[in-house]
Design a protein around this ligand. Structure first.
Ligand SMILES: Nc1ncnc2c1ncn2[C@@H]1O[C@H](COP(=O)(O)OP(=O)(O)OP(=O)(O)O)[C@@H](O)[C@H]1O
Ligand SMILES: [Mg+2]
Length: 211
């Protein structure tokens, strides 16, 4: 299955989520290839930190979509992180994908950006049913009194063509650290809240449990 983690807006957590989902799949013994199509190369940088630190298992990464396609049969899952700056590259990655996973921070601006993105995907998709469009809340506020995440969920539910995943990732230091240290949130804090949230999200996207 080919999954593109994408969003029209920058800084929504695409690379953080691609990194952690990739490692989650690896930990579940699935063969996964990460594809970094972002000229910023954030995902590749995080994986380089992981490699330099000697953390195992290693996650295969390429920045070449064509080569990823050529080796697709060697992997169970292909996970693509694509930058928001190059619209043509973004929509080309969406074209061949089985699903698009959209991390949405809880704000009105992010709902609008998601709506625009979904409209573009649906236009491109025409009468095909692939890629499936999945969205979830990333960087939700940890204070229950803040209603923005619930409001964002309600707004996302109104967007036709989107399947809203219920698991949310909250704004947590573990996600920041995981990325800069080259470790998944599971490896950092196996019993932490970030790991539990990531687990729930990964199960919603890929199905199955970690082994
Ligand atoms: N759930 C979270 N909790 C705390 N920090 C987060 C979370 N998700 C992402 N971040 C932080 O937000 C910042 C942006 O995340 P990231 O680089 O993954 O976003 P992006 O969408 O890939 O950005 P870009 O559009 O620049 O590629 C990073 O500093 C990351 O550590
Ligand atoms: Mg990124």
């Amino acid at each position: 299955m080919r999954t593109v983690v994408a969003n029209l807006k920058g800084g929504t957590g695409k690379s953080t989520v691609a990194f952690n989902l990739g490692l989650w799949l690896l930990e579940g013994r699935r063969r996964v290839l990460a594809v970094d199509l972002d000229p910023q190369c954030t995902l590749s940088d995080a994986l380089e930190v992981r490699q330099e630190e000697g953390f195992e298992p290693a996650l295969d990464v390429t920045s070449d979509l064509e080569s990823a396609q050529a080796h697709e049969g060697d992997y169970d899952e292909i996970l693509i992180d694509v930058g928001a700056s190059d619209m043509a590259a973004l929509m080309a990655a969406v074209e061949g994908a089985d699903r698009v996973l959209i991390p949405v921070p809880p704000s009105q601006a992010d709902v609008w950006a998601t709506y625009r993105f979904v409209t573009r995907i649906l236009e491109q998709r025409g009468n095909r049913n692939r890629p499936e469009i999945l969205a979830f809340i990333n960087r939700a506020d940890t204070h229950t009194a803040v209603r923005e995440s619930d409001e964002t969920c309600s707004a996302l539910e109104q967007i036709e063509g989107v399947r809203l995943l219920q698991p949310r990732l909250k704004q947590r230091m573990a996600f920041r650290r995981s990325f800069s240290e080259g470790l998944s949130v599971h490896e950092l804090e196996p019993r932490g809240k970030a790991a539990a949230e990531l687990d729930a999200l990964a199960v919603a996207v890929f199905g199955g449990r970690r082994q």
